[in-house]
Design a protein around this ligand. Structure first.
Ligand code: ADP
Length: 606
């Protein structure tokens, strides 16, 4: 017998799971049944693609049994089983990335925390909520030797030779004093009903004399919609997505014709934890003729819809198709485009019919959906319809449709400002003129907005235009400020190499200066630090002709005031424009010195 200690994270997790989630301990049942069902799925798939294994026609099942005297609950499957190494790795470590992140995420709110468990692949450990000791005896299909894993779920486990008549896994739970209810057949039946009804293998309760089948082996997705209750949908959703929240949206659909498939898809009501993983994998499970094939098929569904969970089952592909062939099979592309259309159509319908509820979806998944603008250009129109944004003149989120409908009569463009912090953005000097002209400006503060808005040219023939772009003229009246010519000439000379040019602003009202850009769609904030050099080639300083300070500077030039103080003032103005963009000043010591001397002279004058 060999003794092993748990990986540090596992110990910590065990402690948390056993103490923290205690009020919801029955979830251990769903987790173990789910694992048993996955194990059967895996073996079924293996047999389809691997001819070395002798056994072919297996009647898969999950068996429950209780031993009143020993106070044990036994859950057994005839699935793929685990080798010795697999027992150690799967039940002693957490291979998945983000475990530390998971531990931090636990909130103390049982409902939320339970929801996280399945998503991190740590379901097995929940059995220590009800058991003081757990034995896992497993025989890997195709191997001769079974092994037994034993632990009390505190800090270590042991592994030794074990005995099992056929491949699969047998889990023996020595129930704690306060978990004796799981010895009751009635209790077990109600748990099957609650958590496992839709499991595609039979779940059998093994009494001394007879075997009682507790579930129907449903392929829920193949049933007619009217025969399925909302509870069944919900429970299926929780099974496929490994969560405990409600589905926000359920799409049960069949396609016939060029390609035939049935799909049962869900949009979660909470954000799944893996949404922002770098791999951006879709989460659909592919079945062929009711048999689970893979949950890792890139070609099945777009990444920008990866928040969707569920399954697709098709009759049109051969069961023994290899993973490589799947990736390039044209039938897969057909399923992909058909499913994409259905999901986007459903979202569009929802957005039209229940905008309030749609907004919940948008707040959870809008940032992901926007990736579609560069992942699938062809969907631009649909996606633009689905976008929701904040704006300067309207409360809350609005659609582009809404923006366009409320445009002023002579307004031709859709104005936007990019940034990273709404409260800062609202104070941008570039918005002043828009405020006073009562022109609404979209506030795009999501990092991804920078990419899509420069990609998409227009909505309903109204071009998008950044309020920081150079060629913007808000003044419908005169622009004859030629008297500022001498000031502009002075500033341009003084700022040579720092700005491309200096011009009179029509967008400023209260502030004396701001930066604008000669590059389309440029956002100072995002490019500011990295491309400071390049920015100087595109950066334009705008001055507010109506501001007292600018007027004063002008008269200083006209009366040929001391050149030094003029230059100092100009530099301070320049730094001020930088600060307003959230950028660092060129020389902070010099800036402070100048400010001090300005303040001193003010105070002296008092
Ligand atoms: P998850 O199932 O989400 O990966 P678990 O903690 O529930 O996380 O299980 C960890 C791993 O242990 C599984 O991924 C699987 O490889 C293995 N395992 C658990 N139960 C079984 C079982 N009944 N048969 C075969 N393998 C199992």
């Amino acid at each position: 017998m060999s003794e092993y200690t748990f990986q540090a994270e596992v110990s910590k997790l065990l402690q948390l799971v056993t103490h923290h989630l205690y009020s919801n301990k029955e979830i251990f049942f769903r987790e173990l049944i789910s694992n048993a069902s996955d194990a059967c799925d895996k073996l079924r798939h293996l047999l389809l693609t691997n001819s070395d294994l002798a056994e072919k026609d297996i009647k898969y099942k999950i068996t429950l049994a209780v031993d009143e005297d020993a106070k044990t609950l036994i859950i057994e499957d005839n699935g793929i089983g685990m080798t010795r190494q697999e027992l150690i790795a799967s039940l002693g470590t957490i291979a998945k990335s983000g475990t530390a992140q998971f531990l931090q995420k636990l909130t103390g709110d049982t409902k939320k925390d339970t929801n996280l468990i399945g998503q991190y692949g740590i379901g097995f450990y929940t059995c220590f909520m009800v058991a003081s000791e757990v034995e896992v005896i497993s025989l890997r299909a195709g191997k001769k030797e079974a092994h037994k894993w034993t632990s009390n779920g505190i800090d270590s486990f042991s592994v030794e030779r074990g005995k099992l008549e056929h491949h699969g896994t047998k889990i023996i739970l020595y129930l704690k004093e306060d978990a004796q209810e799981y010895l009751s057949p009635l209790r077990l039946k109600s748990l099957v009903e609650k958590y496992s009804e839709h499991i595609a293998f039979s779940i059998v309760l093994n009494n001394k004399e007879n075997e009682e089948v507790l579930n129907e082996e449903l392929a829920l997705w193949l049933l007619p919609k009217k025969e399925i209750t909302p509870e069944q949908y919900k429970s299926f959703y929780q099974h496929v997505s490994h969560t405990y929240d409600e589905p926000w949206f359920t799409l049960h659909t069949k396609a016939e014709g060029i390609i035939e498939y049935a799909a049962l898809l869900f949009i979660p009501s909470n954000r799944p934890v893996d949404l922002f993983n770098a791999e951006r994998r879709n989460r659909l499970k592919l079945y062929i003729k009711r048999v689970f094939i893979t949950d890792d098929c890139e070609n099945l569904f777009p990444s920008y819809l990866r928040f969707v969970r569920g399954i697709v089952d098709t009759e049109d592909l051969p069961l023994n198709i290899s993973r490589e062939t799947l990736q390039f099979d044209p039938r897969m592309s057909k399923i992909k485009s058909s499913l994409t259309k259905k999901v986007l159509d459903s979202l569009t319908k929802k957005a039209k019919e229940d905008s309030k509820d749609y907004l919940k979806f948008w707040q959870n998944f809008g940032a992901i959906l926007k990736e579609g603008f560069y992942e699938e250009f062809a969907k631009e129109e649909e996606l633009l319809f689905l976008v929701r944004v904040k704006s300067t003149l309207r409360e809350g989120y609005i659609s582009l449709e809404d923006y366009v409908t409320h445009m002023k009569d002579d307004q031709k463009e859709i104005f936007y400002l990019l940034g990273d912090d709404l409260s800062k953005m609202l104070k941008s000097p570039q918005l002043e003129g828009f405020h006073s002209h009562k022109l609404n400006v979209l506030l795009l503060s999501d990092p991804i907005d920078h990419f899509w808005v420069s990609q998409v040219y227009s909505y309903k023939d109204r071009p998008f235009k950044s309020v920081t772009e150079e060629d913007l003229n808000l003044n419908t009246e005169k622009s004859g400020d030629s008297h500022l010519k001498s000031l502009i000439e002075f500033l341009e000379k003084h700022f040579q190499g720092k700005v491309k040019k200096v011009r009179i602003s029509t967008r400023l009202k209260e502030s004396p200066v701001c930066f604008v850009s000669s590059r389309q769609g440029q956002n100072f904030y995002l490019t500011g630090f990295i491309q400071e050099k390049q920015n100087t080639l595109t950066r334009i300083l705008e001055i507010n002709p109506n501001h007292q300070l600018i007027q004063n500077l002008l008269s200083l030039i006209e009366t040929e005031g001391t050149k030094k103080s003029l230059e100092e003032m100009a530099d301070l103005l320049y730094d001020q424009a930088l600060i307003l963009e959230g950028l660092p000043v060129t020389d902070s010591q010099l800036f402070a010195q100048r400010l001090t001397s300005l303040m001193s002279s003010q105070l002296n004058a008092v």
